[in-house]
Unconditional design. Structure first.
Length: 219
């Protein structure tokens, strides 16, 4: 545990700082008003285009693709990443489809707060239902927290954190989710990745899986 804390305190410190920042605004401002404040920054063609495409870093295709590449290189690490992604995704899907019927920003502003002027990024297909929590934020933080835990390089940990953060924030920037959605999604992804790290990477019984998926031996 001491080794884990020594290697990863910086990553979790960054996450807690951002989490506290999000919590401050979530408790201070109504989610609709808060979304409008964030939406005020939409409109720059370069930034809009960046978020339009970068948001896909948090989708399932990217997560599975990255997980499979890692699996080919190292079975144990690949199972760790894929398991964290799948379980966190299933939990989020269960919450958003069966327990929390929350409308997304696009639906709310089109049918309930029609006097508000919301800017949308051209070319982005808008969803209307199942907003809480954000699946993209969950996926991004599950996968990139796994990646951060698999390296001892602090710079790479910072890069992985920023990739997760920006990917999650893109969902609110694009008006696909409220800030509260991506905040809770990030928590689910981070907690799941951390738990699975101890299950797979701190378990001595998993040592035998520290090998490539296709272990070709030279004759």
């Amino acid at each position: 545990m001491k080794h884990f804390i020594k290697n990863n305190w910086f990553y979790y410190f960054l996450y807690v700082i951002v989490l506290c920042w999000a919590a401050y605004y979530l408790f201070q401002i109504d989610k609709v008003a808060l979304h409008l404040k964030i939406n005020a920054y939409v409109g720059n063609p370069i930034i809009d285009t960046f978020f339009k495409y970068f948001t896909h870093v948090g989708d399932g295709i990217f997560a599975v693709f990255l997980g499979l590449i890692i699996l080919i290189i190292n079975i144990r690490k690949g199972i760790f990443v894929l398991s964290a992604y799948i379980i966190s995704g299933l939990f989020t899907s269960l919450l958003k489809n069966y327990y929390y019927d929350v409308n997304r920003p696009h639906f709310v502003f089109d049918f309930f707060v029609q006097d508000a002027k919301v800017k949308y990024v051209e070319g982005v297909e808008m969803a209307g239902l199942n907003s809480f929590p954000s699946g993209h934020a969950t996926s991004a933080f599950a996968v990139f927290t796994c990646m951060a835990l698999l390296t001892n390089n602090q710079l790479l940990k910072f890069v992985f954190f920023m990739l997760a953060l920006v990917s999650a924030f893109s969902r609110t920037y694009l008006s696909q989710h409220w800030l509260v959605d991506i905040t809770f999604g990030s928590m689910i992804g981070t907690v799941t990745a951390t738990l699975f790290y101890f299950i797979f990477m701190q378990n001595e019984k998993m040592q035998k899986l520290n090998k490539p998926l296709f272990n070709f031996k030279r004759s």
